[in-house]
Design a protein around this ligand. Structure first.
Ligand code: NAD
Ligand code: UD1
Length: 340
């Protein structure tokens, strides 16, 4: 058992809260800084209830030096930072790019600055498959060409490039950039999960909201893609598996061969939108009414990861399948609905 302390920026959010649970269950201590811009303080209690362990939570903006410094001072020494904080709505980033440049870049820069100020040598960054832009070759390998198609993706790529530059100059600073594919599902307890504001843009939260009657029907965007059933194909990954990937990255980060690595976190399996909806309907007695509609602008037909590197570098592999993703997401939506 270790009692190294890990600071999670944005740790009350969807991926951060599940990662906090996995880290605590693996013997790490956890501190969180979150400005509650897309989360609720109640998540702290849920994490503590699931794990039976206490965590430190600082309410603050990690893009402000005084707030992130306070987190290091009150919670330190910090062994590693996992930097989740940022805005993530692709569509909004097109309409409000400055909001994304400001928060995503400032939060990364100030958090890295604080790592140097307080002697924290290990930094894990929440990147995204979005850094592959419109990838043409599947599965996507980490060494494939990087690009962006919208400001959100641009911020992820700029931060990745920044981290490469920093690691070239600072050989004892270790970085793992985790490129997530499509995280879905929730913790099996039904106590934490994805809680988007307003009408969801992403597929799984839309499906579960239709299933509980909060939305009328799901529109499947496009049925004429060059895929086996005509709907888009994605690499959906269970949030619990994704969280475990972060634990493996924390385990590994002090022992990297190179001081910076980019690693895909996906299942390495393409699943179509129709397959996901069909599986959800199997486990929910047909609760999600779906119709076909036109394609959504900006969607790529197929996206799935090559996951060899995650296995080789982190010793990690996703375990849970599509059924588990659907069951846990539905359970979360139902328990969440009771609370509201
Ligand atoms: P989320 O919005 O649920 O969590 C982000 C958290 O960061 C929220 O709790 C929010 O309040 C907080 N936050 C935002 N700006 C902050 C700031 N300046 N200071 C302190 N806290 C701040 O999002 P998520 O789904 O958990 O995503 C976490 C990270 O993973 C993000 O960087 C996102 O871009 C990245 N990512 C997410 C997905 C996905 O599908 N969810 C896919 C790829 C990458
Ligand atoms: C999107 C982002 C990606 C980001 C990820 C997680 C784009 C182009 N990509 O991925 O950068 O990392 O979210 O936040 O925005 N779908 C429907 N009906 C719906 C909603 C979605 O059919 O109501 C389909 C989409 O067309 C897509 C698939 O479901 O084919 C998955 O969509 P979504 O969950 O939004 O994720 P991505 O678009 O893959």
């Amino acid at each position: 058992m270790s009692n190294k302390k890990i600071l999670l920026t944005g740790g009350l959010g969807y991926i951060g809260s599940h990662t906090a649970v996995s880290l605590l269950n693996s013997g790490y201590d956890v501190a969180i800084i979150d400005d509650l811009s897309n989360s609720h303080i109640e998540v702290k209690d849920a994490i503590q209830k699931i794990t039976g362990k206490k965590i430190d939570v600082i309410i603050g903006d990690c893009g402000k030096a005084e707030d992130i410094n306070r987190a290091f001072e009150e919670c330190g020494p910090i062994y590693a930072v996992v930097h989740f904080a940022g805005f993530k709505a692709v569509g909004e980033s097109v309409h409000k790019p400055l909001k994304y440049y400001k928060n995503n870049l400032e939060s990364a820069i100030e958090t890295i600055n604080a790592c140097f100020k307080y002697g924290c040598k290990n930094f894990i960054f929440s990147s995204s498959a979005t850094v592959y832009g419109n990838a043409q070759r599947m599965p996507i390998v980490e060494s494939d060409l990087l690009s962006y198609t919208q400001p959100y993706g641009e911020t992820k790529l700029v931060i990745e490039n920044m981290l490469c530059g920093i690691c070239k100059a600072e050989k004892d600073f270790n970085v793992i950039m985790l490129r997530y594919f499509n995280p879905v599902g929730a913790h099996e307890s039904g106590l934490i999960g994805e809680d988007p504001n307003g009408i969801p843009n992403n597929l799984m939260p839309y499906i579960t909201k239709v299933a509980v009657g909060k939305l009328e029907k799901l529109t499947i965007f496009g049925s004429d893609y060059p895929t086996p059933d005509g709907t888009c194909v994605r690499d959906f990954i269970h949030i619990t598996d994704l969280a475990e990937g972060h634990v493996k990255a924390v385990d590994k980060i002090g022992h990297l061969e190179n001081n910076i690595e980019a690693v895909n976190l996906g299942r390495g399996k393409g699943v179509s939108v129709k397959e996901l909806v069909d599986t959800f309907n199997e486990i929910s007695n047909g609760a999600c009414k779906a119709v076909y509609g036109p394609r959504r602008e900006g969607d790529v037909p197929v996206s799935y990861a090559d996951v060899k590197k995650a296995n080789e570098v982190l010793g990690w592999k996703a375990r849970l399948g599509v059924k588990d993703m659907c069951i846990s997401a539905y359970k979360w939506e139902l328990s969440h609905m009771e609370k509201k």
